[in-house]
Design a binder for this molecule. Structure first.
Ligand code: ATP
Ligand code: MG
Ligand code: MG
Length: 554
C-alpha cells in the first residue's frame, strides 16, 4: 500500500525512477544457496524482494546460488521452493547460477586474453599470506605475469580435470595494493572434484561467489540486487567484474546492502542449523524448535503471521537482535482471529459429579470462535466423570484463587456450575479425585435464572469416557541464552536448553478426532496448538504453537 512510509531500499528505487530509470526494467531476485533450509532471517529477504516485485509489478527470480557442490543438495532446492511458495510468493523464473557456468567460463577466457586474469599455482596458504594486511600492500604472486598462452593452456587443463584440488586457481588481476583486500587479485575459480546436483561431473572447476553473483544478476537483467551488509565491501568487486562485461544497452545491476537479522534465543546460520540436525539436537530441519520456515510451519505458524512479522520488523541498516516474542505476538494475533476454540485437558485431575446419574450423558452446545460468528457451533459431551486441570483445584486457597476449591463453585465452560464437596488423596497426599455436585438448572445457554448466575471462575474440562488421548508436544526455547552465537569465549552449542521438548498425553474433546495435519486450534485457557505431521487416525499428535499470552515478559 502506498500509504505506508518507504524504507531506505524503496527510497533507492524511487530515486532511480526519479532519475529516469524505466519502471518496466525493474527486476529483482531472491538468491538462496541450496546448502540448507530457509530460516526466519531469509523471510526478511524474501518479503523484501518479493514485496518489491508486488509493489512495482516487477518480476522476481528465484535464483539458486549453487556454486559450491561440496555443500549443496537437491533436497535443499526442493525445500526452498516449497517454503517460498508456502509463504505465498510466486517467482517469475526459477534460475540457477550453474546455468551460467559455460558463460562464466567463456568470460574468464576472455579475461585471460585481455590480461585481466591469471592462473596462480601457489597454495591457498601462500596466496593468503601474500594478500598482506589492510595497512600494507600485498605481495604479487610469482605467477602474476604468466603469458596469456600459458594461462589459457593451464586454465583449459584445469577445466579438463588434469589437476588435483588446490594445485591451481584462476585469479582476477586487479590491484595488490588496494585498500580493499577483496580487490587484491581475488580468486575466480577453484578446482573441486565433486559432482554437482545439477551439472553432475561436467565441471571440476567452480566459480567463486563474487565472480558469479553479479554476472548472474546481469545475465538475468536484475536491476537491483539486495544482499546483507557483510557484502558491502564486496560491492567494489561486484562492480569491477560487471565493468568488464556490461554492454551499454543493457541494465547494469546495482548491489545495495541491508542488515542481516538476528533473533533472540536462537541461531540463524545454515551452518549452525545443520550442526543441530547432524548432532541430533533436533530431529530434522523442520523440527518445530528450529527457526526454519518449515519448522515454524510445522509448529503451527501461518504464512500470514510470518509475513506480518517480517514486514513489521522491516528492513534495517544496522544489525540488531529481534526479540522472538515479536514473532510469537504475530502468530497469536493471527490465530486469535481464526483458530477454532476447543477443550483439552493436559494435566488431568478426575472430577466426579456425585448427583449426576451414572449412565447419563448429554451433548452441550459450544461456540467455535467468539471472535468469528461465522465459525458456528459444535457439541461437546458431558457426563458424570470429567477431567479438569490439576492446577485448577486446590483444597484450600486464598480469595484470589478463582478456580475450584472445597466448598466453592465454578462454571464448567459451556456447561454447568459445580461445587467441590470433598476430595480423595493417596498416602503421599496427592489429590486423586474431587467429588463435586452440580446445579442441574445452571446449564449455559438454557435461559434459566440459574444459567445466568455469575460465579467467579470458568474452567475447561473434558468428559473422561468421551475424551481422546493424544500426544502433545510442548516446546521451550532451544537455547538458554539470548544470543547463543555471540559469545567470544563460548560456542553456541554450550547453550542448548536440555528441556526444549516435553512430551505429554493430553485428553481432547471428541470433535478433534478427525483433525488433520496443520489444522490449528485454541485449546481454551491453554494456548494455540496444531496437528503435527506425525499425527494419524490411530494416534493424534499435537504441537503447542504458542501460549495465550507472553509468559516470557518480565
Ligand atoms: P546463512 O549464513 O544462513 O547461510 P546466507 O546469507 O549465506 O546465510 P543465503 O542462502 O545466501 O544465506 O541467503 C539468501 C538471501 O537471504 C541473501 O540475500 C541473504 O543476504 C539473505 N539472508 C540470509 N540470512 C539473513 C538474515 N538473517 N537476515 C536477513 N537476510 C538474510
Ligand atoms: Mg552462506
Ligand atoms: Mg549467501
Amino acid at each position: 500500500d502506498d500509504t505506508k512510509s518507504l524504507n531506505f531500499i524503496e527510497h533507492i528505487i524511487e530515486d532511480d525512477l526519479a532519475n529516469g530509470f524505466s519502471k518496466n526494467k525493474l527486476r529483482f531476485r531472491f538468491p538462496p544457496e541450496p546448502n540448507g533450509y530457509l530460516h526466519i532471517g531469509h523471510a526478511s529477504s524474501i518479503c523484501l524482494n518479493f514485496g518489491l516485485g508486488l509493489r512495482y509489478n516487477a518480476p522476481v527470480n528465484l535464483r539458486f546460488d549453487d556454486t559450491n557442490p561440496a555443500k549443496e543438495e537437491q533436497e535443499y532446492v526442493d525445500a526452498i521452493k516449497r517454503d517460498v511458495e508456502w509463504l505465498g510468493f510466486n517467482w517469475a523464473e526459477e534460475v540457477y547460477a550453474s546455468d551460467y557456468f559455460q558463460q562464466l567460463y567463456d568470460w574468464a577466457v576472455t579475461f585471460i586474453k585481455e590480461g585481466k586474469a591469471y592462473v596462480d599455482s601457489q597454495s591457498a596458504a601462500q596466496i593468503a599470506e601474500q594478500k598482506g594486511t589492510p595497512t600494507e600492500h600485498g605481495v604479487a604472486s610469482p605467477y602474476r605475469d604468466r603469458s596469456v598462452a600459458e594461462n589459457l593452456a593451464l586454465f583449459n587443463e584445469m577445466k579438463e580435470c588434469k589437476f588435483a584440488e588446490g594445485e591451481h586457481v584462476l585469479r582476477a588481476k586487479i590491484d595488490m595494493t588496494s585498500s580493499n583486500m577483496l580487490m587484491r587479485d581475488p580468486i575466480m575459480y577453484r578446482i573441486l572434484h565433486k559432482a554437482h546436483h545439477r551439472t553432475n561431473t561436467d565441471w571440476c572447476i567452480y566459480p567463486m561467489y563474487d565472480w558469479t553473483h553479479g554476472e548472474s544478476d546481469y545475465l538475468e537483467q536484475v536491476s537491483h540486487s539486495f544482499c546483507t551488509l557483510e557484502f558491502a565491501m564486496h560491492r567494489e568487486l561486484y562492480d569491477w567484474f560487471l565493468d568488464q562485461v556490461v554492454a551499454s544497452d543493457k541494465v547494469r545491476p546495482k548491489q545495495r546492502e541491508f542488515a542481516r537479522r538476528n533473533f533472540s534465543h536462537t541461531v540463524v546460520s545454515k551452518r549452525k542449523l545443520l550442526q543441530l540436525v547432524e548432532e541430533k539436537v533436533v530431529t530434522s530441519w523442520d523440527d518445530p524448535r528450529m527457526p526454519t520456515i518449515s519448522g515454524l510451519r510445522r509448529k503451527g505458524y501461518t504464512a500470514e503471521a510470518i509475513r506480518n512479522f517480517s514486514n513489521t520488523i522491516g528492513i534495517a541498516k544496522r544489525e540488531n537482535v529481534v526479540d522472538v516474542s515479536l514473532l510469537e505476538f504475530s502468530i497469536r494475533e493471527h490465530l486469535n482471529r481464526v483458530a477454532p476454540r476447543v477443550m483439552a485437558v493436559l494435566d488431568p485431575l478426575k472430577v466426579v459429579i456425585t448427583n449426576y446419574p451414572k449412565d447419563q450423558e448429554e451433548w452441550l452446545e459450544a461456540e467455535n470462535n467468539q471472535e468469528d460468528e461465522s465459525a458456528g457451533y459444535r457439541t461437546v459431551p458431558f457426563s458424570r466423570e470429567l477431567y479438569i486441570e490439576k492446577e485448577d483445584f486446590r483444597e484450600e486457597a486464598n480469595k484470589k484463587f478463582f478456580r475450584l476449591k472445597l466448598g466453592n463453585e465454578v462454571r464448567l465452560k459451556n456447561g454447568y456450575i459445580i461445587k467441590a464437596e470433598s476430595c480423595t488423596k493417596d498416602t503421599d497426599g496427592n489429590i486423586l479425585e474431587v467429588q463435586c455436585t452440580y446445579d442441574p438448572k445452571s446449564r449455559s445457554g438454557s435461559g434459566t435464572e440459574e444459567s445466568l448466575r455469575k460465579v467467579k471462575g470458568t474452567l475447561h474440562w473434558v468428559s473422561i469416557k468421551h475424551a481422546i488421548p493424544a500426544e502433545v508436544r510442548l516446546y521451550d526455547r532451544l537455547f538458554t541464552d539470548e544470543t547463543p552465537d555471540q559469545h567470544k569465549d563460548k560456542d553456541f552449542m554450550e547453550f542448548i536448553n536440555p528441556d526444549s521438548l516435553t512430551v505429554i498425553t493430553g485428553y481432547l474433546e471428541p470433535s478433534l478426532k478427525t483433525a488433520q495435519p496443520e489444522d490449528f486450534f485454541q485449546f481454551q485457557r491453554l494456548g494455540y496448538f496444531n496437528v503435527d505431521t506425525d499425527s494419524s487416525a490411530e494416534k493424534l499428535v499435537f504441537n503447542k504453537t504458542v501460549g495465550l499470552r507472553d509468559t516470557w515478559a518480565k
